[in-house]
Design a protein around this ligand. Structure first.
Ligand SMILES: Cc1cc2nc3c(=O)[nH]c(=O)nc-3n(C[C@H](O)[C@H](O)[C@H](O)COP(=O)(O)OP(=O)(O)OC[C@H]3O[C@@H](n4cnc5c(N)ncnc54)[C@H](O)[C@@H]3O)c2cc1C
Length: 449
C-alpha cells in the first residue's frame, strides 16, 4: 500500500510531508484527522494557517504550507454507502481511488475519471478537479460528483451540489483545498463487465500524425500519447498513441494483486542526462516492436503503469523534479505545441515522461478548474541549478502567449503574474477562501496582487 509521503529529511524536524515532485521542501506540522467531527476542533489554537491534504500526489506546493499545519485526511477514509442500482458511492474524503477500485471492480463498477495514479484521495481528486484519459467523453472528475459536505473553520457545514449551495460547489471543485474541508463526497461510478481493456498502441511521427490519430480514434473512450521530446530532426515529436476501451465481453473482475517494486533510495542526479533519457525514449518507442499493436490488457498497466514502481519520483535524485503541464486551446494548440517542443528539445533538459492528449469541450464544474478544450501536454524536468527555473518561466510565458494555462496541481514554478493571467477569475474565487486555510502555492501566486 502506498502512503502519503512523510519523511525524516535531514532538513526537517518533525517529519515533513512531501509533494510528489519533492520540491519545494517545507516544514509543516502534520495534524491527522480521523473523524468528520475532528475539524475544526483540532485546529483550535493552531497558528500560521492550515491546509487539508490527502496523499501528497500533487507535484508542487498546492498541497504544502510552509510553517503551517497540514490537516492529513487519509485516516478519514471510510466507505459510507453504495447503491448498486445507480452506482453512486458515498465515502469519506480521505479514501483513495485505489481503495474505491478494490471495492468497486469486483462488483462490476469503475471510476468515471481516473488520473495516472490510483494513490490519490477522493478529496484531493475533487479539490484539483482532476482529469483522465477520457476527458473528451467524460469531462473532469467534478462532473461525476453529485454532492459533498464542506466544513469551514467557523464550524459551519454545507451540503454542496449543483442545486444546493451551487456557488460553494463550484468554488470547491478545483478549489485547491482553500474553501474548507471536504469531509465526505458522493461519486457516480460506471458499470463494467470485465477488468480488461481492449488496447491499441500506434506509433506516430509528428503532431500532424498525432492529430490524425486523435480524429480516427474519437470513438474510443480512453486515449493518451507518449511523446519523445528529446529527439530532433526526423524523430521530432515521435510517439506512441494509446487507445483503450473497457472490454465489452464479460470477463474477470478480480485478480491476484501483482507485487509492486519500490525505489528504496534516491538515484544520483548525474544518472539523468540527455544520453540516458534519449536511450530510454528510443527503447520505449521501439518497445512496441510493430507500428500498430492490439491486445487485451488488465486495467492496472493501462491506467497506472507508473504505480508499478512505488516512489519512482526518487529516480530524479534528492533535488526533486518539476512538472510542466499546459492546456492550449485548439486555435493555437498545434503551433503552440510544436514551438514548446522545440524549446524543450533545444534546452537539452532531459525528460522521460512526456504525455500528450486532447481535452474535449465538456465544461468543468469548478470555478478554477484547469481543463479546457485543446491540447494538453505534461512532462517532468529534473531540477538543475540555473537552468530549470528560467526554462519553466519561458515555457509558462509561451503557454500564456498561445492562450493556454498551466495546472496548479502540477506546479511549483508559475509566477504570480502568469497565474493571474491564466485564471483571471481568481479574485472572485478568493472570496470563498476559508480565512484559516491557505497553501504555499496560493501565497506564491497571489503575492503583489
Ligand atoms: C504519477 C501521477 C500521475 C498523475 N496523473 C494525473 C492525471 O492524469 N490527471 C490529473 O488531473 N492529475 C494527475 N496527477 C495529480 C493528482 O491526481 C492530483 O494532484 C491529486 O489532486 C492528488 O490527490 P492527493 O490525494 O494526493 O491530494 P494532495 O496532493 O495531498 O492535495 C491536493 C489538493 O487537494 C486538497 N485537498 C486534499 N484533500 C482535501 C479535502 N478533504 N478537502 C479539501 N481539500 C482537500 C489539498 O489542499 C490540495 O490543494 C498525477 C499525479 C501523479 C503522482
Amino acid at each position: 500500500m502506498a502512503d502519503p509521503i512523510v519523511t525524516e529529511e535531514a532538513t526537517s524536524n518533525p517529519p515533513a510531508f512531501q509533494s510528489w515532485g519533492r520540491y519545494p521542501k517545507h516544514n509543516a506540522t502534520i495534524v491527522p484527522l480521523n473523524w468528520q467531527s475532528d475539524f475544526p476542533r483540532v485546529a483550535e489554537g493552531l497558528h500560521n494557517g492550515a491546509l487539508p491534504v490527502g496523499m501528497g500526489r500533487s507535484y508542487g506546493d498546492v498541497c504544502l504550507l510552509e510553517g503551517g499545519n497540514l490537516l492529513l485526511t487519509t485516516g478519514m477514509n471510510r466507505l459510507i454507502d453504495f447503491n448498486p442500482e445507480t452506482g453512486v458511492l458515498t465515502a469519506e474524503s480521505g479514501i483513495t481511488l485505489a481503495q474505491i477500485l478494490d471495492f468497486a471492480v469486483p462488483r462490476g463498477f469503475f471510476l468515471p475519471v481516473t488520473p495516472g495514479t490510483k494513490y490519490v484521495t477522493l478529496g484531493g481528486a475533487i479539490a484539483n478537479d482532476i482529469h483522465g484519459k477520457n476527458h473528451e467523453v467524460a469531462g473532469s472528475f467534478g462532473c461525476h460528483v453529485p454532492c459533498f459536505e464542506l466544513v469551514r473553520s467557523d464550524g459551519t457545514r454545507r451540503l454542496c451540489s449543483a442545486t444546493e449551495n451551487p456557488d460553494w460547489f463550484a468554488a470547491t471543485i478545483g478549489g485547491m483545498g482553500l474553501t474548507g474541508l471536504i469531509t465526505w463526497a458522493q461519486l457516480r461510478l460506471k458499470p463494467i463487465v470485465s477488468r480488461l481493456i481492449d488496447y491499441e498502441g500506434i506509433q506516430f511521427h509528428g503532431i500532424d500524425e498525432f492529430l490524425e490519430l486523435k480524429q480516427k480514434y474519437q470513438h474510443v473512450e480512453y486515449t493518451v500519447s507518449w511523446v519523445d521530446c528529446v529527439s530532433t530532426g526526423k524523430n521530432f515529436a515521435r510517439g506512441v498513441f494509446m487507445a483503450g476501451d473497457h472490454s465489452k465481453t464479460p470477463g474477470p473482475l478480480t485478480q491476484t494483486p501483482e507485487p509492486k517494486l519500490a525505489l528504496p533510495f534516491d538515484l544520483p542526479g548525474f544518472l539523468l542526462n540527455s544520453t540516458t533519457v534519449s536511450m530510454f525514449n528510443t527503447v520505449f518507442f521501439h518497445k512496441q516492436m510493430k507500428p500498430h499493436v492490439k491486445t487485451l490488457q488488465d486495467y492496472e498497466p493501462f491506467f497506472y503503469p507508473l504505480d508499478k514502481v512505488l516512489h519512482w519520483n526518487r529516480g530524479y535524485g534528492k533535488n526533486g523534479l518539476l512538472q510542466f503541464q499546459y492546456a492550449i486551446p485548439w486555435e493555437h494548440a498545434k503551433e503552440g505545441t510544436i514551438a514548446i517542443l522545440h524549446e524543450i528539445a533545444k534546452s537539452g533538459l532531459a525528460s522521460f515522461l512526456a504525455v500528450l492528449k486532447a481535452f474535449g469541450d465538456i465544461p468543468s464544474l469548478g470555478m478554477m478548474s484547469f481543463p479546457q478544450a485543446g491540447i494538453m501536454f505534461a512532462l517532468d524536468f529534473p531540477i538543475k541549478a540555473g537552468i530549470s527555473f528560467p526554462l519553466m518561466e519561458r515555457l509558462g510565458d509561451m503557454t500564456r502567449d498561445f492562450g493556454g494555462r498551466l495546472y496548479p496541481a502540477k506546479d511549483a514554478a508559475m509566477t504570480a503574474s502568469q497565474f493571474q493571467t491564466f485564471y483571471p477569475q481568481w479574485q472572485n474565487f478568493a472570496r470563498y477562501r476559508d480565512p484559516m486555510l491557505t497553501s504555499s502555492f496560493w501565497e506564491r501566486v497571489t503575492q503583489n496582487a
